[in-house]
Write a protein that binds this ligand. Sequence first.
Ligand code: ZN
Length: 80
Amino acid sequence: MKKAILLAMAAVFTSISAFAAHPTTAISDTTKTKKVKPVVKPATVQYTCPMHPEVLSDKPGKCPKCGMELVKKEPAKKKS
Ligand SMILES: [Zn+2]
């Protein structure tokens, strides 16, 4: 009879450790999926003149119209 109890305990222990191991994997998996966002590369940065929005350049420089330093044009951000 004692053997049966030992066997039962061993079975319980095995299932517990198996059960304990699985959620850990699942949790770290979920965390990874949630934390790691797809690497979003900023869209081609454009430079524009603060005074002349129609002036666009893909590299820093000066506005051909007024000579002002072109500033980075931030991609439109959605605000909730
Ligand atoms: Zn300008």
